[in-house]
Design a protein. Structure first.
Length: 243
């Protein structure tokens, strides 16, 4: 198999890291450059990356995200959706940035961040490091934004722990390909495939209470999980005029 594809298919989340290990600057530079090589909407590169290495600051972010391994990794990368640069460009060229209230900006930033984060993750793992993505960066989103000094028209989307692994986690089986890849048109009749996957994933889901995929998804999305996101985005300058 192609070594790049093999590297991607070996991915698993690492949540335990060797203490006091650092990532050499040249390795971190390669990871960031790989992230920057990702495609982006109109080549706008609508993201910024904040690297947090200081132990006390990682500890604070671990508290905000409620993910203790943030404190233990070598570097914690926070991927930020960034339209502040568009605001600077608009001011420079005396334009009005009239689309700043459009919901599509959130999709653009999220896609650009996702692509960049995946590139960084793959690069880090190819260098022998362990990684785990942290969606909990949005759990206390206002506190995180203040802590990182984020200006208007920016918002944190996801974090990425990178460090020297102190555990060997198994690769979790994914959904059947037939449940996610369709030719020509969407195929909605996938419940039997999901039920089969329930049985496959249970042995790998001890962290989630040893339940199946469908039960876990139903439980998770049955109630709001991160409050205050809409209010925060409006405070940052997004969604102006929306209800």
């Amino acid at each position: 198999m192609n070594p790049v594809i093999l590297q991607m298919m070996k991915h698993r989340s690492i949540r335990s890291y060797k203490a006091d290990e650092t990532i050499p600057d040249e390795k971190l530079d390669q990871i960031i450059r790989a992230a920057q090589s990702a495609p982006s909407w109109i080549n706008g590169q609508h993201y910024s990356i904040i690297g947090v290495k200081d132990k006390s600051r990682k500890q604070k972010l671990a508290e905000y995200t409620k993910n203790p391994y943030v404190a233990d990794c070598s570097v914690f990368l926070v991927f930020v959706g960034d339209f502040y640069r568009v605001e600077l460009a608009s001011e420079k060229h005396q334009k009005h940035f009239t689309t700043r209230s459009e919901e599509d900006l959130l999709l653009i930033a999220s896609v650009d961040v996702g692509l960049a984060c995946q590139n960084a993750l793959t690069a880090a793992e190819s260098l022998g490091y362990g990684t785990v993505c942290i969606g909990g960066i949005r759990r206390n989103i206002s506190d995180v934004a203040d802590f990182l000094g984020l200006p208007e028209m920016t918002f944190p989307i996801v974090g990425l722990c990178i460090g020297v692994p102190d555990q060997d986690s198994p690769v979790k089986p994914r959904l059947p390909k037939e449940a996610v890849y369709f030719e020509e048109v969407y195929q909605p009749d996938t419940l039997p495939l999901l039920e089969a996957y329930d049985k496959t994933i249970i042995p790998f889901s001890k962290r989630e209470g040893s339940i199946g995929f469908t039960e876990r998804m139903a439980n998770f999305y049955d109630k709001p999980y991160y409050s205050g996101i809409t209010e925060f985005l409006k405070k940052q300058g997004f969604l102006k005029g929306s209800k």
